[in-house]
Design a protein around this ligand. Structure first.
Ligand code: AMP
Ligand code: GLY
Length: 421
């Protein structure tokens, strides 16, 4: 088979790495890829949201299966366009991608389907939103409706912070049309976990649980990032909690989307908070998480291509997937300054010292500069190790992080140490 992966992050490197292990795969392409992906796949210089460019490429290379990484490609409708041309592609339609593409859509859907989530209100007028604040309880959360590169959520301690959020989103329009509407919702308390499910429209198969570390600094301090590390499984998700998450959130979502004529195919990623009132959905993403994926896929023992084909063909209920019982820890190495300003182009040393049996290094912001690997983004590398428990996996991963070096490199030192309470 010829397989195409769309995207360029650590998530896509992990996907390519796992896909490459399948005996079914003859040629593997990645658009646009990165310096690490280029070592295992043929990278092609087409942007992830250049839907027409991707379609022409897939047709010309006779691609048998396409896997979509980023939400931007999905929200741009890449799946609909590929399907129209008879190409097999793993991911949700543009309409189903609204679960991530519009927070208003997601909240209204959850309310309709009685899925536990924070109580909310929608506003399309900043003046009305500010008036509402006068009688609201704090802290509360203000969210831009549309996709805002992970920055559209403001947890506001007081009215001043909430007014500023409304001003930035709806008046200054810092996220453009993504801020035409906002959701103001109750601030939930509790540890956060992620549950991803592969779906075929009707059936689903949950992947092992994971936890992300979103803040830039140790002890969950500083601004939010795309994710500074992750681990799997989450010890907070007992069998009982997992059953609740599936019964109250995942299953009603897949059933609801199907019943509403908008079946969900692809990865449903539920961002969850374990509150004293049970698990609640903070948000949905419609794709693999980054860096969650880097901590989940190394535990997958089955052929991932078989899983994708079963999902595309609507026969997920017919297959079984095997997981390694080990724990997995992923540590993200970033450019100093991220998530704010940082510089690119620093030479990355020490990767040859990382042995495959100890750790896999997935690349994100790297590129090949005339034979030298240099930094090329905020999140640069994910260093991933398996171990008999989280602690053993974390020790192994950190040992390997210490072999790697580039100017101004930065990483958190407490990944998988602080599990949440
Ligand atoms: P989202 O992009 O919706 O996942 O939000 C980003 C982060 O904001 C989440 O990972 C949470 O840490 C936080 N967050 C979002 N919604 C809420 C909420 N209702 N209560 C508390 N924290 C929230
Ligand atoms: N790690 C969170 C995300 O992928 O959005």
């Amino acid at each position: 088979m010829n397989v195409l992966v769309i995207g360029s992050g650590g998530r896509e490197h992990a996907l390519c790495w796992k896909i490459k292990q399948s005996p079914k795969v003859k040629r593997l392409y990645c658009a646009p890829g990165n310096g690490g992906i280029a070592r295992i796949a043929e990278c092609v210089g087409i942007a992830a949201d250049d839907v027409q460019g991707l379609l022409q490429f897939a047709l010309s290379k006779k691609i048998d299966l396409t896997i979509v990484g980023p939400e931007a490609s999905l929200v741009a409708g890449v799946v609909d366009i590929f399907v129209q041309k008879g190409l097999k592609i793993f991911g949700p339609s543009q309409a189903a991608s609204q679960l991530e593409g519009s927070k208003v859509f997601a909240k209204e859907f959850m309310q309709r389907r009685h899925i536990p989530t924070a109580v909310y209100k929608v506003f399309n007028d900043p003046a009305l939103a500010v008036t509402y604040l006068q009688q609201a309880k704090f802290p509360l959360v203000v969210k831009a409706d549309g996709i805002a590169a992970g920055k559209g959520v403001y947890v506001c301690a007081d009215i001043k912070a909430a007014k500023k959020a409304i001003e930035e989103i709806m008046v200054q329009k810092i996220f453009a049309v993504a801020g035409d509407r906002i959701v103001i919702e109750e601030c939930l308390q509790g540890p956060e976990v992620s549950l991803l499910a592969v779906c075929d429209g009707k059936h689903f198969l949950v992947l092992p649980t994971s936890q992300d570390h979103k803040r830039i600094f140790d002890d969950d301090l500083g601004p939010n990032t795309g994710g500074m590390g992750a681990f799997s499984p989450s010890p907070l998700v007992t069998v009982e909690v997992l059953d609740q998450i599936i019964a109250r959130i995942i299953e009603p979502t897949i059933r609801g989307m199907y019943q509403e004529g908008n079946p969900f195919k692809g990865v449903l990623f539920a961002g969850l908070m374990l509150t004293s009132d049970g698990p609640k959905a903070l948000e949905f993403n419609v794709r693999f998480g980054d860096p969650e994926t880097q901590s989940i896929l190394p535990r997958l023992q089955s052929d991932i291509v078989e899983l994708f084909l079963a999902a595309c063909d609507g026969r997920l209920h017919e297959i079984k997937v095997k997981w390694d019982e080990s724990s997995c820890v992923c540590i993200v190495i970033a450019s100093g300054g991220y998530p704010g300003k940082y510089q690119n182009g620093f030479v990355i040393n020490g990767l040859d010292g990382v042995k495959e049996e100890d750790a896999v290094v997935f690349h994100a912001g790297t590129k090949n500069d005339g034979g030298t690997l240099v930094t090329n983004g905020g999140r640069v590398l994910s260093v991933v190790s398996l171990g008999r428990n989280l602690e053993a996996a974390a020790v192994k991963a950190y040992n390997n992080v210490s072999k790697i070096e580039f100017d101004h490199m930065f990483f958190r030192r407490d990944i998988a140490v602080k599990i949440g309470k």
